[in-house]
Unconditional design. Structure first.
Lengths: 148, 148
């Protein structure tokens, strides 16, 4: 892939309003996604790829890595901001697991809204609603984005 | 066995430096569904002012991981890793991680709290570059479930 384009212009703080939806995304997770993340991250806990191990520790089935969900949840914000280096702070609480079936997919959706604007610091707080099915899976999911 | 309250305030020796590889950043980027060219394409990263591809925000967990392993292996910690659940996670950046960085992480235990039979351990890993300059602080709250 060759990209020649100059970086996309960043959104401007002055153009934002608290409550605005600035980005959305939908991420279909399969077992392949989990194996890929295990290899890339080095987190080889078998509850993320083996049903028998997951069940043996009392889980309903194989779960996505919380850090995988955190990892893609911020990507719509990165694309909106135009540069991953503009994310200056990112936090989440892991509230509910994402169950990933062996022979299908679990779709996780992300809605990113402006939560607060700090003009002096040049930072917008973007609040993420991250859901699988009808339930949210992350709490207090907030990315702080440095903007002019 | 319960978590040793005397862990609070303990600072661990720095872990061995982590050299951030370009292909590791690209592999991790794909695993978290990153599509921004600055994560994937060195030319796009240079055009945006970076020396090489920029890691997604949550890549810091890969560098942090060795410090959490240190914590779980601490002989007097009393942390049974089979009972550990990741409660929440935060990354606070001075600058993004870029391929070519040599990063060193140092763990401090900021807090140990008991809550209804469970323990909550707050682990703060401070990550600096080869010059000693701060890059990112990764903070994890680990929930250690008590005996049933």
């Amino acid at each position: 892939m060759t990209v020649i384009a100059t970086p996309a212009p960043a959104p401007r703080l002055a153009d934002l309003t608290v409550g605005d939806v600035v980005a959305e995304g939908a991420f279909p997770l399969t077992r392949d996604s989990l194996v890929h993340y295990a290899g890339a991250s080095g987190d080889f806990n078998p509850i993320h790829y083996r049903d028998d191990v997951a069940v043996s520790v009392g889980l309903p089935g194989v779960l996505a890595h919380g850090m995988l969900t955190m990892g893609f949840a911020v990507q719509p914000v990165v694309d909106w901001a135009g540069d991953p280096g503009r994310i200056v702070d990112f936090q989440v609480r892991f509230t509910r697991p994402v169950l990933v079936p062996a022979d299908g997919e679990a779709v996780v959706t992300v809605v990113a809204r402006v939560g607060a604007i700090d003009t002096d610091a040049g930072v917008a707080r973007i609040d993420l609603t991250v859901s699988s099915g009808e339930v949210t899976v992350l709490g207090k999911a907030q990315a702080r984005v440095h903007l002019a | 066995m319960s978590v040793n309250p005397e862990l609070q305030g303990r600072v661990f020796p720095p872990v061995a430096p982590y050299l951030v590889g370009r292909e590791k950043v690209r592999e991790f980027s794909r695993a978290v569904f990153a599509t921004n060219p600055i994560n994937l394409d060195p030319e796009a990263a240079r055009a945006a002012g970076y020396a090489d591809v920029v890691a997604p925000p949550t890549f810091a967990v890969v560098v942090q991981e060795a410090t959490l392993a240190q914590l779980l292996a601490e002989p007097d910690a009393g942390i049974d890793f089979t009972r550990v659940v990741h409660g929440d996670q935060r990354f606070s950046f001075t600058r993004p991680i870029v391929a070519g960085d040599e990063l060193t992480a140092t763990l401090a235990v900021a807090g140990v709290k008991s809550l209804g039979g469970h323990s909550m351990v707050t682990a703060v890993s401070t990550i600096v570059d080869a010059s000693g300059a701060h890059v990112v602080t990764a903070t994890s709250t680990l929930v250690v479930r008590g005996d049933e």
